[in-house]
Each structure stands twice: as C-alpha cells, then as structure tokens.
Design a protein around this ligand. Structure first.
Ligand code: SF4
Length: 369
C-alpha cells in the first residue's frame, strides 16, 4: 500500500544533494566555538600551561560556566583573549515549552538562522535529555514530523554538546547532573557521524561530562555500514534500531532508506554490533494503525529477532498535523505485545512524554506552540 508521503528514490537523491550543499553553507558560515574542540585540543595561553585545559574543561562542563569572565582561576589576560576569539553558547536564542508532565521542549535558534530542538525529561531519580544531531532530517520517515521538514544541515559538535549545557543553564543545575542522553531528536545521528561521535567522546570524558557510555543511546533508522563502523569504536553505547516493520514491503512504505538497505543487511549489521559491543539493542517499533500492527507482522518480527539480545519498545504513534497516520488502538498494541512476549521476546509499550507541546517521539517539527 502506498502512503501519501512516500518519497520517490529521485527525491531522496535530490535531498542528499541538498544536504551536501547545506553542509557546505554551514561549514562556511560557522562561528568559532570553544565547544567544538576536543578536550586535548582546547585553546590555552601556552603549551607550558597544559593544566589550563583541565581548568577550562571544568568550567565549561562541570560548573556550566556561561561566560569566560566566570573562570576566575584563569589569568585575566587569557580570559580576555578567549572572550575575543571564542564563544561558549552556540545558540542565538532559546524558547522553552513546558509540558503538563514537566518535560520541556527546547527550540534553539542557530547562528545561521536555522533551528533545532531538544527535550529535557526530569524523572524522580534521573535527568534525561533527548538531543538532535541535525536540523530536520534527510531520512524522511513517513510517520515522523521531523522527516517531513526535510534536511537543513548537520549540527556541529558545539551545537550538539551545547544542547546539554543550555538545558542545564536554563533548568538551573550543573551539566553533570544530566546522566542520561538519547540521541533520538532531530536527525539520523549516523549520517552526522563525525560530530555525533566526537560529542559522545566529550560526554564520556571524565574531565568533561563524565557520563557512562551505557547511559547514552544512539538511535538509527538502520544504516548497516555506519552501524558496523560504530561497533568498531569500542564504546559500550546503547544502540536503538528503528525497525518499525518486519517485512520489506511495509518498511519501504514508511522508511525511504529501506529501499537502499534491505532488512537482511541491517540484521547482519545488528549481529555484528552484538558480537563487538555485547549489549542489548533496543528495537523501536512505532505502532501505526493498519500499517504494521497485524499479528502476522508480530510473528515475522519474532522470527527476525530470534536469538538476538534485544528489547522491543512498542511506541504508540504520536499524532501531528496532516501526518496521514493514526496510532494502533490500545487493544491492538496489547495483542501485539502479548504475541511477542508469549514467544519470549522482551517487550514493553513506551508512552512518549511531552505530547501536549510537540515534544514526543516523532513530533519534533520546530513548532512555536
Ligand atoms: S524517525 Fe528519525 S530517522 Fe526517521 S525522519 Fe524522523 S528523525 Fe529522521
């Protein structure tokens, strides 16, 4: 069955071309930001004072300094130099949209006039942030509001890490209070591989945010080559594979990249990941009424996942204007869940937070409400 928003291969190629041009634009207009530096490469007054790198990192990532003026243990002349050469905040403006469930959608204005988003989710025992790796997304999944925006550009390392810092500044706690990160906001992180990875390396650096890689989740729509490359990085991250359908035909209807990457290749890459990383993988499955919620699809999903160390998250579809989709009913989701569980597949239903402010899974669309 064709969905109204299924992009043709040609339009995917066009969007990739646009992506290249947009990346060129972004790199030409980028502003020097201290967060773009890896820790070993942070600017210091002189190589003799290498310890200043640690001091600078402490101010930025542990204390959440918003200005070089606050860094009182750095020499005044050096602070003034930093002030002239660098900025810390990569955003021109920030808007907050607070949901009834206390999660907060952040809309960031970037230096080139584009925008991106992140979501802060406070829980009793932890603070979690959902970060974006791009402006919009080139993957164009038919059920995702971000995909409908098309691709703006990749975010820089400063713009990815800056989301964590800006959230901590606005919420009023140090950045190191954030212990859980999910790269599941706008964009396919594995298509912004270099910046996503360097940001993750800074998050887990003990001199910076000192996060456990086990609490960092990276979601992908299923790009086998990049999945293997990431597996070779030696990081114990959590991989979330957005599968959304067990059969090629349905997958192609809702995920354009499925035309390029058959399911068998993705499942091979998943096995490779498990060999290398030896960690449970989250399988994300958005429940779309009449599209991917039939019991035969549950049975096929069971076959596909047999023998793998996985956990399936069934996500009721979060609606957005003119999406052309609706969520499976509670009863259908319960039946689907029961079918998987009966065959020993670990499964749960994951209700998204922030639906009233457009912050839920698949809803990020730069809305101003
Ligand atoms: S679901 Fe993820 S990969 Fe697909 S369009 Fe949305 S942001 Fe991109």
């Amino acid at each position: 069955m064709e969905t109204p928003r299924q992009p043709a291969l040609q339009s995917i190629a066009e969007s990739l071309l646009e992506s290249c041009l947009a990346m060129l634009d972004a790199s030409q207009s980028s502003i020097k930001n201290v967060l773009d530096h890896m820790l070993a490469d942070l600017p210091i007054a002189s190589e003799k004072q290498g310890f200043q790198r640690k001091q600078l990192a402490q101010w930025l990532y542990k204390k959440g300094a918003q200005s070089f003026d606050e860094m009182t243990n750095l020499p005044k002349a050096w602070r003034e130099q930093l002030l002239t050469d660098y900025r810390i905040n990569p955003f021109e403006g920030v808007k907050r949209f607070v949901s009834e469930d206390k999660s907060v959608r952040y809309l960031f204005q970037l230096a080139d006039g584009k925008q991106t988003e992140a979501v802060y989710m406070p829980y009793k025992d932890r603070k979690t942030v959902c970060l974006s790796s791009m402006v919009g997304c080139p993957a164009g999944c038919a059920f995702c509001a971000t995909g409908a925006l098309g691709f703006g550009r990749n975010l820089s390392q400063a713009e990815i890490l800056g989301q964590i810092l800006a959230i901590s500044w606005h919420e009023g706690f140090p950045p190191t209070d954030i212990r859980n990160v999910v790269l599941m906001g706008m964009g396919e992180a594995l298509l912004n591989y270099k910046n996503a990875l360097s940001s993750i390396r800074t998050m887990i650096d003990e001199a910076a945010l000192d996060m456990s890689p086990r609490r960092i989740t990276l979601s992908t729509v299923g790009l086998p080559k990049q999945m293997r490359k990431l597996a070779d990085e030696g990081l114990s991250l959590v991989l979330a594979l957005s599968l959304h359908a067990p059969d090629e035909e349905t997958r192609k209807q809702i995920i354009p990249t499925a035309h390029a990457y058959p399911m068998d290749e993705i499942m091979d890459a998943l096995s490779y990941w498990q060999e290398k990383v030896a960690r449970r993988v989250s399988i994300e499955y958005t429940m779309l009424s009449g599209i991917n919620d039939n019991l035969w699809q549950a049975d096929l999903l069971i076959k596909r996942l047999k023998g793998l160390l996985i956990h399936v998250n069934l996500i009721p579809f979060n609606s957005w204007d003119n999406s052309g989709f609706s969520s499976s009913s509670r009863e259908t989701i319960a039946q689907f869940e029961k079918r998987l569980a009966a065959k020993g597949i670990p499964v749960s239903v994951r209700f998204s937070r922030g639906q009233d402010t457009g912050a839920a899974c698949g809803q990020l669309a730069l809305t101003q409400r």
